[in-house]
Design a protein around this ligand. Sequence first.
Ligand code: ASP
Length: 584
Amino acid sequence: MLRTHTCGELRAEQAGSQATLCGWVQKVRDKGGMVWIDLRDRYGVTQLIFEEGVTDTKVIEMAKTIGREFVLKASGEVVERFAKNDKIETGDIEIKVTDLEILNASKVPPFIIDNDTDGGEELRMKYRYLDLRRGEVRDKLMLRHKMLQATRKYLSDSSFMEVETPVLIKSTPEGARDFVVPSRVNKGEFYALPQSPQTFKQLLMVSGFDRYFQIVKCFRDEDLRADRQPEFTQIDCEMSFVSQQDILDTFEGLTRFLFKEALDVEVGEFVHMQYDDAMRLYGSDKPDVRFGMQFVELNDVAQNKGFNVFDQAELVLGICAEGCADWTRKQIDALTDFVKRPQVGAKGLVHVKCNTDGTFKSSVDKFYSQEDLKAWADKAGAKPGDLILVLSGGIDATRKQMNDLRLHMGDLLELKDPMNFKPLWVLDFPLLEWDEETQRYHAMHHPFTSPKEEQIPLLDTDPGAVKANAYDLVINGVEIGGGSIRIHDQKTQALMFKHLGFSDEEAKSQFGFLMEAFEYGAPPHGGIAFGFDRLCSMFGGSDSIRDFIAFPKNTSARDVMIESPSPISRDQLDDLGLDLLPSE
Ligand code: ASP
């Protein structure tokens, strides 16, 4: 090793001993007779000191030529500092340098490589390898590393076998667009990159592997949002001979283990909630249950009193904001503006202030007596001092709008502490989902999810009402994972494809291999996948998954560092038998 210690290692106890450190120059302070250099590596920062009259002239002259991010090897005595720095772990000591070697020079970096950087996002992404030198970025990847190791340990200790599945495959049905790769050897044909290893993990169950896991890259060509990347990592699992409860227990165990190992947090109860209840009480299949403010349906107390808007509505929905009766006109107008934004889409907002003197003041006083409003308050569980907010309209739209409003109130009232973790299993998702655009049903999870057995006959009469053995793990309003008990017999699988509008030929050509495998003794099985990047960002108390990916893509799906995607040469296109249409 070129060094005896790392830059994060030395303490007062080592004072008096000799040390050699290697690292990058974080900062140089040249005060004429004295020069200090902060030397950084992955483990920390140590101060080097050079002193005229004490340090060899050649060494001090060399120190004066050094710039930020030079790579140095410095040797000398570890001395206790006169002025200690309690902000860094090595702050009690410094190195009185006697030998100095510049291992490599550096251009002036394009931004300050420190937690408090002057570099904007785009610039830092272009020089991501420099951004990764910053402690706070490195810590995030360290957290990810810990979680990767803990995941492997927990699953391997629970008899899960890590099996790698191919990356060049054929389309998988997770509902997004595929990334495709042209085949040179088989011209005119394409591989698809896996949206998940779904079919392979099911085939591994047919092979008798019993418990599979993989920490695996998945690829989905979707419009990007802050919490999405075109390639992302899943903790992907499958188990045989299990009930849904076994899967929930196993992955509650994994989640608890990760919280303990990575954050030393004991998470509380994993609440179980039916999908229907999640939609009814929170208007979302991933409710944030860190705070209450559950929806209250007010139809019976708010309708038929002459207020046309409510009378015509399918649903009149309220939430109670505790202690907000004293909100000003301005604050309530801002809420109205919020719900009227096109992203939310409500036409207006009705409010009722439950005054502390027991009276009520609403924006619809014209239509409702004090008694009427008291009935609302009773229904909403509102006490004097609370504020009731009411939206109305079609059921689905009103629930969605109220979900937005509730989450917004959660922000305004600071009810979303990112380090207060509230896990929730959402159970019994619908099997199918109506798609307006294509005018047909799609699998809500994927086509291999098993319907509730007793509801299979409903597939013919009321397909939208059929529930699936499907579940999501939600933490703090974020979908962390999802899975299902699978169909494992050829007949039900064929029925499912039929209901999804596949002809026999289409089902056969896309998934014939799986249907055939089911004829060779497929065990009952089920599984789940966790979005690993998202889990990391949640553990790190951040909204951005990009921070937890070493080399992420930007919101236009570009890697601005390596400049990808990029055109390929005419020769490469010819090899692949491809031509490009002239761009407009
Ligand atoms: N393959 C599914 C997904 O990526 C997870 C599963 O059903 O296990 O969402």
